[in-house]
Design a protein around this ligand. Structure first.
Ligand SMILES: NC(=O)c1ccc[n+]([C@@H]2O[C@H](COP(=O)([O-])OP(=O)(O)OC[C@H]3O[C@@H](n4cnc5c(N)ncnc54)[C@H](OP(=O)(O)O)[C@@H]3O)[C@@H](O)[C@H]2O)c1
Length: 281
């Protein structure tokens, strides 16, 4: 059994790795900081099962390269956990000119999924998205999926966490008949490095409220539950909280919106890749 897990170098992802490592034969960890990851895993038992792959989700060129490397080494993936993400100041751009919240929380994951799709299909995989209850405060995004018009850190974060659920639903709609299943989840309010790259005021509020948050180990429980539970006991397309099926906002169940987000994401990826080849010439 092969696992691909993003965001393993901190918080919820690290605890997820510790719990799932014994359950898998090979564990691929796409990370943006190889030095940090190497240090963290050096004393892990069974560390020989782990393969670190350089992959910065905020840069589509890096996602493509990292995913190609994974596909060169693995032809079958059984679980993909899109855990990496965070809160970034509204309007902050990636080196490719994309909104940083959009690409780090959604577009990078979307491209990773597309690139890994043959191996995911071969493994009849589960795809798990770490979303958030923050999705409930997202306003309808159809006119600005790109977040270019967003002027609030929290609003941008709420939208990308809504995208995680819409993306999950669309994976189910498009690929259930081919054997894929997809789940999204809220981990709880968890005491991690979350918010460390947010705007100063958002960072301040998060640091204060963290005093009341649950531990990363507790925060990883629902991800671990979804990765370990047989598909037959889970609801494909379901949103989970506290290891239980839960309901989402009405917006997150809007299948027209899910389809529109999918089309937008495909078009954005194509645009960036086309720019990349033009710049290379
Ligand atoms: N903590 C909460 O209360 C809470 C609540 C709801 C949802 N969530 C969600 O839970 C997930 C995990 O967050 P966490 O709380 O564990 O936060 P965290 O401690 O900050 O961990 C985030 C992880 O994502 C990685 N990451 C961030 N941007 C990346 C990029 N561009 N490319 C590759 N990796 C990247 C980080 O890598 P580095 O180690 O290099 O920084 C780190 O491993 C996130 O999706 C977050 O939105 C958290």
């Amino acid at each position: 059994m092969n696992l691909v897990l993003t965001g393993s170098t901190s918080g919820i992802g690290w605890e997820t790795l510790l719990a799932l490592l014994p359950q898998f034969d090979r564990v691929y960890l796409p990370v943006r900081n190889l030095g940090k990851a190497e240090k963290l895993i050096q004393h892990l038992p069974e560390k020989e099962k782990i393969v670190l792959i350089y992959l910065d989700l905020s840069q589509m060129t890096s996602v493509k390269r990292g995913a190609e490397e994974i596909c060169r080494q693995l032809d079958e993936i059984h679980v993909l956990i899109n855990n990496a993400g965070g809160m970034y100041p509204a309007g902050k751009k990636s080196s490719e000119g994309l909104d940083l919240s959009l690409c780090s929380n959604h577009l990078g994951q979307f491209l990773l999924f597309q690139e890994l799709l043959p191996a995911l299909l071969k493994g009849q995989a589960k795809v798990i998205q770490v979303s958030s209850e923050a999705h409930r405060i997202a306003s309808p995004p159809e006119k600005d999926f790109s977040l270019r018009k967003s002027s609030s850190t929290v609003t941008s974060y709420a939208k990308v966490k809504l995208y995680n659920i819409l993306f999950t639903n669309e994976i189910k709609n498009k690929y259930e008949s081919e054997g894929l299943s997809a789940y999204s989840l809220h981990p709880g309010a968890v005491r991690t490095a979350f918010g460390s790259e947010a705007s100063p005021w958002a960072k301040g509020i998060i640091s204060f409220t963290k005093l009341f948050f649950i531990s990363p180990k507790e925060g990883a429980a629902t991800t671990i539950f979804l990765a370990s539970t047989p598909k037959a006991n889970l609801k494909n397309g379901g949103y989970y909280k506290n290891k239980k099926l839960s309901s989402t906002s009405t917006l997150a169940r809007d299948s027209k919106l899910g389809k529109a987000l999918w089309e937008f994401s495909l078009a954005e990826i194509q645009r960036i890749m086309a720019n990349r080849s033009t710049n290379k010439q």
